[in-house]
Ligand binder design. Structure first.
Ligand SMILES: N[C@@H](CCC(=O)N[C@@H](CS)C(=O)NCC(=O)O)C(=O)O
Length: 218
């Protein structure tokens, strides 16, 4: 039965899972759920994912939710190449870096938050864009401060890319959506640059997904 994910081209959480799968060389099929048009709220998808978000990961019929849980599961079923280091302090550092995006910065700019700002607080397109820029910049600034204290060599935890790099690269993709300059975040920019030289990252970039190509053709 293999691996199937429900994802969306623009979804940063789907990007994270795609990269992890490709770093491990695990083949998968992706079924798109258009979270911009509201497909996540359709009963068929709600039955798949109670939270009504992407990604959903299905392995041999077993469903897993949340990109962090999915990436850790991949490390459990196929330890090499490792996404999380074995050393416990290093593992904690990798998870800390990952959660800065997954738990703190990224949730603030998801469609459900943007839609709620518009519907409940009357925020217009410009205000929502400013909101997104503010929180994405905060996330980048946190990463820059941390990475400056322990310089990537060349990746966040050392010679190989892992969980932390995937999450930092995703934060940079959000910055690209918002056309934010990375000049003031040189360490983050360098790290992301190294990541996107790797095919697993490059081919998982939202702008490389078939859904983006179809959407931009219209
Ligand atoms: N913490 C979750 C985030 C899931 C999430 O918010 N996904 C977004 C796309 S990146 C989504 O489906 N949003 C739908 C919505 O906001 O309505 C994870 O890392 O998997």
């Amino acid at each position: 039965m293999g691996i199937k994910i429900y994802g969306f081209w623009r979804s940063i959480a789907s990007f994270r899972v795609r990269v992890a799968l490709r770093l491990k060389g695990l083949p998968f099929e992706e079924t798109p759920v258009d979270i911009l048009s509201g497909e996540q709220f359709e009963p068929g998808y709600e039955a798949v994912n109670a939270e009504r978000v992407v990604p959903t990961f299905i392995h041999d019929g077993h469903s897993i939710f949340q990109s962090m849980a999915i990436m850790e599961y991949l490390d459990d079923i196929q330890p090499e190449p490792r996404l999380l280091p074995e050393d416990v302090k290093e593992r904690a550092y990798a998870r800390s870096l990952a959660l800065m995006t997954i738990a703190d910065a990224h949730p603030l700019v998801t469609p459900r938050i943007r839609n709620h700002l518009a519907k409940t607080f009357g925020a217009d397109v410009k205000a929502i864009e400013e909101w997104g820029k503010h929180w994405t910049t905060e996330g980048l600034a946190t990463y820059e401060r941390l990475l400056a204290r322990r310089l990537p060599a060349p990746f966040a935890l050392g010679e190989e890319p892992g969980l932390a790099d995937i999450c930092i690269a995703g934060q940079v993709v959000t910055a690209q959506y918002l056309k934010l300059e990375l000049n003031t975040f040189p360490t983050v920019a360098r790290l992301a640059g190294r990541c996107f030289e790797i095919p697993a990252f490059a081919t998982s970039h939202p702008f490389e997904q078939p859904g983006f190509k179809t959407a931009s053709a219209h």
